[in-house]
Design a protein around this ligand. Structure first.
Ligand code: DC
Length: 211
């Protein structure tokens, strides 16, 4: 049984970058669990299947191969929206959580990032971080990312989408996004990527020493 570092937080809070850096620092395996929801959604779209049939979606979820998750292919905005819709379905979540738990047992340890890692997937994780930033800052970062790639983006539209995604992730009845009672809160609104990494590393070092 490896050590688990659970990192949760809303969309575009910077937890992806942070999780990769933390995994590298400790030489742990990393799983972005959002990609498992995205891969399920993409498989449904590619097969021309509906996004509102829970039985069909759960079957797709059970077939997702964690070793074949391609961030570039799955990062499309439309796939994120579709993922957020199927993520409300309890039997889809059950199938993906089973696979995520199996991954979390890898030695010497794992970093899992998502929405429900500290609360549902790995409630016994010795290190739990809840990474957040204000909706305005998250929308601004997302906007800058898209513009940097040379694409057009409308800040107001992105801000509205961030709020819609938050509402859906936080209000669903199965495994809503919320900090675990024992999670360390990390608000990155005023932090650079490097400062956020240093803060997360300090919290992790201290938690591992006490575990
Ligand atoms: O983090 P992301 O944007 O890749 O996640 C896409 C969607 O997947 C998100 O809106 C909610 C869902 N998700 C989830 O419900 N639970 C997780 N552990 C990870 C993602």
């Amino acid at each position: 049984m490896g050590i688990v570092i659970a990192i949760d937080g809303p969309a575009a809070a910077g937890k992806g970058t942070l999780s990769r850096q933390i995994a590298e620092a400790y030489h742990f395996h990393h799983l972005d669990t959002g990609l498992t929801y995205r891969a399920t959604a993409k498989a449904l779209i590619d097969a021309g299947l509906p996004l509102d049939d829970e039985t069909v979606a759960a079957k797709m979820a059970a077939e997702v191969d964690l070793s074949g998750l391609d961030r570039d292919v799955l990062s499309a905005h439309a796939i994120g929206e579709a993922a957020s819709r199927i993520a409300v379905m309890p039997s889809v979540r059950r199938a993906l959580v089973d696979a995520q738990r199996a991954f979390s047992r890898k030695e010497p340890g794992t970093v899992l990032d998502g929405r429900d890692i500290g609360t549902v997937v790995c409630p016994d994780a010795p290190v739990k971080l809840y990474v957040t930033a204000s909706p305005e800052i998250r929308a601004r970062r997302r906007h800058e990312e898209i513009v940097a790639k040379g694409d057009n983006a409308d800040y107001e539209a992105i801000f509205a989408e961030v709020k819609t995604r938050d509402d859906r992730d936080m209000s669903r009845s199965d495994s809503p996004l919320k900090p675990a009672p024992d999670a360390h809160l990390l608000d990155t609104s005023e932090m650079s990527i490097e400062a956020a990494f240093q803060a997360a590393k300090a919290i992790t070092d201290a938690a591992l020493k006490n575990s």
